[in-house]
Write a protein that binds this ligand. Structure first.
Ligand code: ZN
Length: 322
């Protein structure tokens, strides 16, 4: 995809481009490749650039006396600067949706500030095990925690129980806005990363999330703009097709030498990639499989659809190998 296809170019800062998906853009910086949209007077979506700067998309929750940021991508100090410039308030809290680098590599920028850092208890334990001393308060969540940000902005943090996108997933729910910050548990189709996922746990978790009353918007870790809440159900259906495609490849796998009990022993990435390519090119299954391949390609694109099925297949093999 060309650099300016997503409108980060210097000329993209005027006219109709100042509004996307119905959200007013209040900030754009072509150098940082960042745009910030107002979702409500207390919630803002920060669209960043994964490919060029390694940053996930994040959000600002704005209270009377301080701002909470969702996630800490590399270069996170600039989020604190933006909070001061746009809202004239310091960052007082950080909510971490999970522990992949594009979401947490900027955490050191907050560790020596007077902030509270909230994350899943599993991740808090991993951070504590690192033994780093810091000024920030670390709060681990297991289940649900209701907070009120200064000025009366209610925020609910919760974990899913199941491993979904990763074992450290945490969600940020803004009940007054009906908005859910999903991290990477809900993303655009072409940006699903399954390398630390439990695909079945992910689908189950999404189906529960989709039932949540009052949901209007999701703020994904990777997407151009906030998406309607109903997208959660659509994304669950997409992952079901990814899982079905990976299962076809899993079943069709034939080892080079007769297995001694473990048919995936020593299997390499190249062999599995060729198997997934065969699935997409129609050499593996009947009409039903071809329809799935076409659907995945249409939604995620030729290369990303194959990458996602490869990752789901690896997840199945990891589970099989124990
Ligand atoms: Zn992730």
């Amino acid at each position: 995809m060309g650099k300016d296809e997503k409108g980060f170019g210097a000329g993209a800062d005027s006219g109709a481009a100042a509004c996307a998906g119905g959200f007013e853009r209040i900030y754009a910086d072509a150098g940082k490749r960042v745009k910030i949209y107002r979702v409500s007077p207390t919630l803002y979506y920060r669209k960043a650039d994964l490919a060029e700067r390694g940053q996930c998309n994040t959000a600002f929750v704005v209270g009377d006396a301080g701002v909470a940021v969702v996630d800490a991508p590399p270069g996170a100090a600039e989020l604190a600067d933006e909070a001061m410039e746009l809202f004239h308030k310091p960052v007082t809290a950080v909510y971490l949706t999970h522990a992949h680098g594009d979401h947490i590599d900027g955490l050191p920028d907050f560790l020596d500030r007077e902030v509270a850092i909230y994350c899943s208890r599993r991740y808090a334990e991993a951070l504590n095990a690192d033994g780093k001393r810091c000024r920030a308060d670390l709060v681990g969540i297991d289940g649900r925690l209701s907070l009120t940000l200064s000025g009366g902005v209610p925020v609910e943090l919760f974990t899913a129980g199941d491993v979904m996108h990763s074992k450290y997933d945490m969600f940020v729910w803004l009940p007054d806005v009906g908005a859910l910050c999903t991290g990477d548990s809900v993303v655009e189709y072409q940006t699903a990363y399954l390398h630390t996922a439990d695909v079945t746990g992910w689908i189950n978790g999404l189906q529960r999330l989709a039932q949540k009353p009052g949901g209007k918007w999701i703020l994904p870790g990777h997407a151009d703009v906030p998406l309607p809440y109903s997208y959660i159900g659509e994304f669950a259906e997409f992952l079901k097709v990814v899982r079905r495609a990976a299962a076809r490849c899993f079943d069709a796998f034939e080892p080079d030498t007769p297995p001694d009990g473990n048919r995936f022993a020593g299997v390499g990435a190249e062999k599995l990639a060729a198997l997934v390519d065969r699935f997409f090119d129609g050499g593996l299954s009947a009409a039903e499989g071809l329809a799935d391949a076409a659907r995945l390609t249409r939604l995620a694109g030729v290369q990303d659809a194959r990458r996602e099925v490869r990752m789901a297949l690896w997840a199945m093999i990891r589970e099989y190998l124990g």
